[in-house]
Structures are given as C-alpha cells and as structure tokens.
Design a protein around this ligand. Structure first.
Ligand SMILES: Cc1cc2nc3c(=O)[nH]c(=O)nc-3n(C[C@H](O)[C@H](O)[C@H](O)COP(=O)(O)OP(=O)(O)OC[C@H]3O[C@@H](n4cnc5c(N)ncnc54)[C@H](O)[C@@H]3O)c2cc1C
Length: 489
C-alpha cells in the first residue's frame, strides 16, 4: 500500500464529486479529482435541494457562504389545463429535524464554486481538470486509473485505495464496471430555458408550478434573485432547432412573460430518464450520483440523491482507508442507498405522469385530502435500505436530529468522522471502542433519547441511527452494533 499515490481518486467534479471530495478531505484522506472539462458545467441543471442535503453542506463547512446565495423554496403546485389546483406540495417555512428549512433554491454554478473554494483549504487534495479517465484497474489490493491530459494528449497512470466514479449520466466508470442500468420507465425529451428578469416587479408565481397538460406539460421555477426557469416537454419528433428559435420560444412564453421583461440566459434539451445502475460497487470501484441513478427532475432530487450517496459512502471509505478494507461495510453502501433513491424516482415518475395528464394526483402515500377539498402532499422521507445494524431495531436507519448545545456548539460536530454512543446511563467503565456521551456530559441527551423511546443510541457519521437499546450492558451493545464497521469478532 505504501506505493499508492492517493487514498482516493474521484472521477468527475460535478456537485456530487465536489461534495464527496470535501467529506473525504475533512477525514484527512489524500484525494485526487480528475475532471475532463476545463471549467464549470454551464448548462441549466439543479435549482433545488432539501434540508438533509443542507446538513451535509453544514458538515463540510460551507453553509456560511452558501446561505447568501439561496432563497427558501415555498413549494410546488400542480394545476390542470383550466388552471385548477389538483395537487399542492407546500414546503412550510419551519426549521426541520435537520436544523434547516425544508427546501432551498440555488444556482448550481454558485454551489460548485463554493465546494471548490473549500477544497482549496485542504493540502492533501489535488484537482486536475482537462483530465479524462480512459482506463481503470481494479486489483484485489488497490485500484488505478489512466487519464489523458486533454491539452497535451499525454497519458498518466495513478494508483489509489479506491476509485469513485462521480462521472455523471454517461459514466465511464460504470462502463468499466460492466454494470447495466435498470430502466424504470419514464423517458421524455424536455427543453429547459433559463431567463433573467430585466426588472423586479414582474407578476410571476412565487413557487414552482407544474402545468399538467397532455399536449405541453410545463414546469415553471421561481429561482434565486431574478432567475426564472421554464421546462417544457417536447412532442415526439418535434425539432429542437425549430422550438429554440427566439420567435417560437417567446410565442410560447408569452402566456407568462414577454421579451421586454426578460432575457434568455441559457437553453438546452435533456432526455429526462429514470434508471438505477445494477451494481454500485465492483471490487474497489464505486458509482455515486448520476453515475448510479437517474431521475426525472420533477421533485428536484437528482443531485440531492447523489449528495446523500456521498454522505453514506464517505465515512465507510474513511474507515476502510484507516483500518483496512472492509468488504461488508462497503457493500452496505448500495443496499442502504438504492431503495431510498428508488422511492424518490418512483414518486418523480408519478409526478411526470400527472404532468402529462396520464396519471392521478396520488403520487405517493403522503398525499391526503384536506377538509377544504384540496389535495396536499407532504415530502416523502424514505428510510435507509437494509445494511448495517439490526433491521428489527425500530430506530435503526432514522435520521438523528441536529441540535445545539454548550453555547451554540453543534452536536453534529461530535460525530462527523466516527460513530458515537449517547446514553442516559452513568458510564462506569469507559473503555468502549467508541466515543461516548451521557447526560452528565450533555443534558439535552435525555430529551432526545426520550423522543426515540430508548436509553442509548449509536449514531453514524452520516447522522443516521445505527442502533438503539434499553439494555444495561452497553459494551455488548456497542460491540454488536460496531462489529460490521470495525470488523470485530
Ligand atoms: C433540467 C434539470 C433540472 C434538475 N434539477 C434538479 C434539482 O432541482 N435538484 C436536484 O437535486 N437535481 C436536479 N437535477 C439533477 C442534477 O442536475 C444532477 O443529478 C446532478 O448534476 C448530478 O451531479 P453529478 O456530480 O453526479 O454528475 P455531473 O454533474 O454530471 O458531473 C459529472 C462530471 O464528470 C465528468 N466526467 C465524465 N466522464 C469523465 C471521465 N471519463 N474523466 C473525467 N471526468 C469525467 C463530467 O465532465 C462532469 O463534470 C436536474 C437535472 C436537470 C437536467
């Protein structure tokens, strides 16, 4: 191992690669990021993320810069062809268990710049742009890539403990892993148009509107500052070139806005897809983000899912780098994440059917009829899939709430790199393999344990509960919970 160049090679420097690199760097790992493009991706993409993702951004220490670039998202309304509300998905302005508002709007290049800025503060992170990975080696004891410097054409070879493909929808690493995509159904071409308003006082909706229409499904997004977006389904065989002519576009947009009010910043076409890679790990190669799954963007969850992947994988990679390769721990990455992302994709696909007026408003089991006759939806919160911990433990896989203690210090900071045990009990013998806090260390723990209806909890670095117990022998409990993580017994 001493001859390896890096702990980790990340292929692809999109928002997911950038987040993962930060999570690994804060664990003091050496990271090489290889990106084939010279600069930032500049076509319209993600505009929304949620509280859980904001908490990951908090973990890597970028929220101070990020909040200046965000607005709080008010929610989404689905309207029928006559403009009648058929489904309301509000995002109330209330701080959630993750310590943030439920939903934010952002401009993707702003986030990517902030992620890159933060990475510059780590000595052991090297980023090479204009560098396309063209070959991988997946050896039992190490991994390696060959990359081409796209300016000079020269090929270089580097070795690491693991190679992580954050290389997007057309992932090269996925091809190298020889894994296929499982296609889940929804596939449709959409035009995406970003506009910048010329003046402030233009009367447009203050939230996302989904215009459900069998002929021309359309999404309107209220983005940050003066940015607004329209996403418009293209008809089969409709020519993009014709649709993108200024005259055709403005003619369509005239229902909401005119050329005097705004300028078109960017326009592009995407095929919205729904698919999950069959394998997310092969030996020492991994897939994260769009490389592992694709979702239509109607819930604004594609990138969010990728950030959740990064948060799940980073601490497992960290432990495997520090105390030795742990196959069982690393395998739990796909089983825990894939069922969670599948729930998001299925719900987004149902939203897509509703938008196309071929499906009903019952897009998830969080949809309910209100007394006033409107149909509302609460955000879905899929649990982690099976993996670490005991699946019959009622608290396993729940998110552990964020809270402040001791003059505003964040409790989250205690378990960003390793699991911790929190307990109501007086610990006499503190010789656990795990950092332990009890009520005499932090009084708030009592209330939190009450809300989980238990006496002791082990929390993972990604903020999920690993296990809970009312037993008195915490040594046995922690040993049992941690055996898959630290390869004990
Ligand atoms: C119109 C639209 C709206 C969306 N809205 C939202 C939203 O509101 N919220 C949300 O959460 N998600 C949204 N998404 C999804 C989101 O944009 C993607 O999920 C996210 O950008 C994926 O990030 P990533 O880092 O996994 O991949 P990417 O951003 O695609 O990055 C992959 C990187 O890998 C590089 N690369 C590829 N191959 C190689 C190679 N061989 N060597 C080196 N580098 C390589 C690429 O150049 C690229 O920079 C939207 C998507 C679309 C299309």
């Amino acid at each position: 191992m001493s001859t390896l160049d890096f702990d980790i090679i990340i292929v692809g420097f999109g928002p997911v690669g950038g987040t993962l690199a930060n999570l690994l760097a804060m664990n003091n790992l050496s990271v090489l990021i290889l990106e084939k493009e010279a600069g930032l991706y500049n076509l319209p993409r993600a505009v929304h993320f949620d509280d859980e993702v904001m908490r990951v951004f908090q973990t890597i220490g970028i929220t101070k810069s990020l909040v200046k670039k965000l607005i709080i998202n008010k929610g989404t309304r689905f309207l029928d062809e006559k403009g009648k509300l058929i489904l309301d998905w509000p995002r109330p302005k209330v701080i959630t268990e993750n310590g943030w508002y439920p939903s934010y709007r952002f401009h993707q290049p702003d986030l990517e710049k902030i992620l890159r800025q933060k990475l510059k503060t780590y000595d052991k992170v090297i980023t090479l742009q204009n560098s396309e990975v063209v070959k991988t080696i997946n050896h039992k004891n190490f991994s390696a890539v060959e990359y081409k410097n796209l300016k000079t054409g020269n090929i270089f070879s580097v070795r690491s403990k693991y190679v992580i493909g954050c290389d997007g929808a057309n992932s090269f690493i996925r091809d190298e892993m020889k894994t296929e995509m499982e296609h889940l159904g929804f596939e449709q071409r959409w035009a995406v148009i970003d506009l910048i308003l010329k003046t402030k006082n233009i009367n447009l909706p203050d939230r996302t509107i989904q215009y459900c229409n069998s002929k021309r499904p359309t999404t309107y997004c209220r983005n940050v500052g003066r940015r607004r977006r329209w996403e418009i389904a293209l008809k089969e065989n409709e020519s993009t070139e014709n649709f993108f002519k200024d005259k055709t576009l403005w003619n369509f947009l005239s229902q909401w806005i005119s050329e005097e009010d705004a300028k078109i910043e960017r326009r592009t076409v995407y095929t919205f897809q729904s698919a999950i890679a069959k394998k997310w790990k092969k030996g020492r190669l991994f897939l994260v983000g769009d490389a592992a799954h694709l979702t239509p963007p109607f819930m604004g969850q594609g990138m969010c899912a990728g950030i959740r992947d990064a948060s799940n994988l980073a601490w497992k990679i960290n432990i495997s780098c520090k105390i030795g390769h742990n196959e069982k721990l690393l395998k739990s990455y796909q089983s825990e994440r894939s069922s969670n992302v599948r729930d998001y994709i299925n719900t987004a696909m149902k939203m897509g059917e509703l938008l196309n007026s071929i499906g009903g408003s019952n897009v998830s089991d969080t949809v309910y009829l209100q007394k006033d006759g409107t149909i509302k939806m609460n955000s879905i919160k899929p649990k982690l899939g099976e993996g670490l911990g005991n699946s019959i433990d009622k608290n396993r896989g729940k998110i552990f709430p964020s809270f402040k203690f001791n003059f505003n210090k964040e409790f989250d900071d205690l378990f960003s790199c390793d699991p911790i045990l929190i307990t109501n009990k007086e610990i006499k013998n503190k010789k656990f393999k795990i950092s332990t806090y009890n009520v005499s260390d932090i009084p708030e723990i009592e209330e939190i344990l009450k809300s989980f209806n238990t006496n002791s909890l082990i929390i993972r670095p990604d903020r999920f509960v690993l296990g809970s117990t009312d037993k008195t022998d915490l040594r046995d409990f922690s040993q049992l919970c941690l055996k898959d993580i630290y390869n004990i017994g």
